[in-house]
Design a protein around this ligand. Structure first.
Ligand code: AMP
Length: 279
């Protein structure tokens, strides 16, 4: 396995074979490894799996979240090696952004709500870095998790609208046995918060069950989910909880089309996200 740490060095290596990219911010867990597994399948024996480890500063709107984001480079490299990654790109921030960097990608529809509304500038940072990684790595396919439902939708839209020559593949959310979606931020939860946090999943499943029983009113479905989250004994605080059209990410008056309920919940300073699809 090769490790490259600067954009210039990466540019010098042209892909000799089909390349499948897995962009991450590191602190790898089984969710990331499911993406690597899918990438390995898509690359086949002839192709190459490339994983990027980069805690992108421009997508953090909260300096303390950036500062406290877990960084476990040695362990990450070991996991990459064990899981068949061929090439790791782990750039320093100053090799990715020029001091007078002035061009950014702005998605202006799907990013209006959810994380886009509560984390101003987040998706501008994400789109910009992801497009830079697509350009730098010249990958054929890129694999993303459905845990970040809105991110995946926005990246698909960027690729469509800017004719980026890459195929995007989505992978289902990997969960702990409790149902809690795996996240690098889970390591920052206290033991009690960690035990309480699976209620996020239970809340979304309860709303999904209610929908399956014939309830189509978004307010009632959201109230059902909200009740479970607000019963938290660890002071879970809802950042957002919304039911949206799964494609346009716009609110629905009635759930008559495929929809998604997405939520972000704070446990102290730690913000966790999850979502569930309806219909
Ligand atoms: P991150 O390192 O959190 O930026 O995530 C890198 C990629 O891994 C993104 O495409 C995420 O959607 C994906 N990912 C993170 N957690 C999970 C999970 N629990 N299951 C599946 N994919 C995930």
């Amino acid at each position: 396995m090769k490790v490259v740490t600067s954009a210039t060095d990466l540019n010098a290596i042209s892909p000799a074979r089909p390349r499948v990219l897995v962009p991450t911010m590191g602190a790898l867990h089984d969710g990331h490894l499911a993406l690597v597994k899918r990438a390995r399948e898509l690359a086949g024996t002839d192709g190459e799996v490339m994983l990027t480890l980069f805690v992108n500063p421009t997508q953090f709107n909260n300096p303390s979240d950036l500062e406290n984001y877990p960084r476990t480079m040695d362990r990450d490299l070991k996991l990459c090696k064990e899981h068949g990654v061929d090439l790791v790109f782990a750039p320093e921030a100053d090799s990715m952004y020029q001091p007078d960097h002035s061009v950014n990608i702005i998605e202006s529809s799907l990013s209006k709500r959810l994380c886009g509304a509560t984390r101003p500038g987040h998706f501008e940072g994400v789109c910009t870095v992801v497009l830079k990684l697509f350009n730098l790595t010249r990958s054929d396919i890129a694999v993303f998790g459905k845990k970040d439902f809105q991110q995946l939708a926005i990246i698909r839209r960027m690729v469509r609208d800017l004719n980026v020559p890459i195929t995007i593949e989505g992978v289902d959310t990997i969960r702990e046995s409790s149902g809690l979606a795996m996240s690098s931020r889970n390591t920052r939860l206290s033991e009690k918060q960690h035990a309480d946090a699976p209620r996020i999943r239970r809340a979304l499943l309860a709303a999904q069950d209610l929908h399956a029983q014939g309830e189509h009113d978004p307010e009632k479905l959201l109230a059902c989910a909200r009740e479970e989250i607000e019963a938290s004994t660890e002071g879970a605080k809802i950042d957002y909880l919304e039911l949206l059209d799964a494609e346009s990410l716009q609110p629905l008056e009635k759930v008559t089309r495929p929809a998604v309920i997405a939520t972000a919940v704070f446990y102290g300073e730690v913000r966790l996200i999850d979502n569930i699809e309806l219909g």
